[in-house]
Design a protein around this ligand. Structure first.
Ligand SMILES: Cc1cc2nc3c(=O)[nH]c(=O)nc-3n(C[C@H](O)[C@H](O)[C@H](O)COP(=O)(O)O)c2cc1C
Length: 196
């Protein structure tokens, strides 16, 4: 495989997972290694204003979980059951003493972290729908840190598959579960992405 093909394969495998094997913990050193990947990301004005709170103890995970909203398209699902919950979180925060906004540093870093995690067989979900006050209180985060995203992490306990949509512009892009409870993620085809 060429490096390009390897990268494409890694990107294909880098799906959002929401059910985990809660008995398998993630070493703290791996969580640190994931954060370290962000050092190599591009940064607007090279300000590098993002910080991470690593959440890895059972007690802290238990406190963070209720503040999160899962899978908006699954109206009848409140998130993973006990035993299938994330075993760690990375809370991505903006250091507001450096800047009030971070352009797209947040997304670039989340992609770097999730790609790195995928390469280790660790997956999770980028979560924007969360109660920031609850999270700040649960973790006693100093005021200068504004939580932007929460990345849930764990070793997967579900199957996630990409479904190539047929290229019509009104393709149904809502993810869904099939009859075998696999999570299916529709992706638009290349021809729909390029403006001609
Ligand atoms: C900016 C952003 C915010 C997201 N917020 C949430 C969220 O609050 N809750 C959730 O369950 N998933 C969230 N997701 C995950 C998306 O639902 C997921 O990326 C999408 O369904 C496509 O699946 P894929 O990541 O496997 O490609 C978010 C993803 C991104 C990029």
């Amino acid at each position: 495989m060429t490096r390009f093909e390897e990268l494409k394969e890694l990107l294909r495998s880098n799906r959002s997972y929401r059910r985990f094997d809660e008995s398998r913990k993630i070493d703290y050193s791996l969580l640190e290694a994931m954060v370290e990947l962000t050092r190599y990301c591009a940064s607007g004005r090279n300000l590098q204003p993002l910080r991470y709170r690593i959440v890895s103890t059972e007690e802290e995970c238990r406190r963070v979980f209720p503040a999160l909203k899962w899978a908006g398209y699954y109206q009848d699902w409140d998130g993973p059951e006990e035993g299938e919950r994330p075993v760690a979180y990375l809370v991505q925060c903006l250091d507001t003493e450096l800047t009030a906004n971070c352009l797209c540093d947040d997304g670039l870093q989340l992609e770097a972290i999730t790609l790195g995690a995928s390469a280790l067989g660790i997956h999770g979900t980028i979560i924007k729908a969360f109660n920031a006050e609850e999270v700040k209180n649960a973790l006693a985060l100093p005021d200068r840190y504004k939580p932007l995203y929460i990345l849930s992490l764990g070793y997967p306990a579900e199957t996630v598959l990409i479904e190539d949509t047929d290229g019509t512009t009104d393709a149904d892009i809502r993810y869904h579960r099939d009859e075998e409870e696999r999570h299916i993620v529709p992706k638009r085809p290349l021809k729909e992405l390029i403006i001609r």
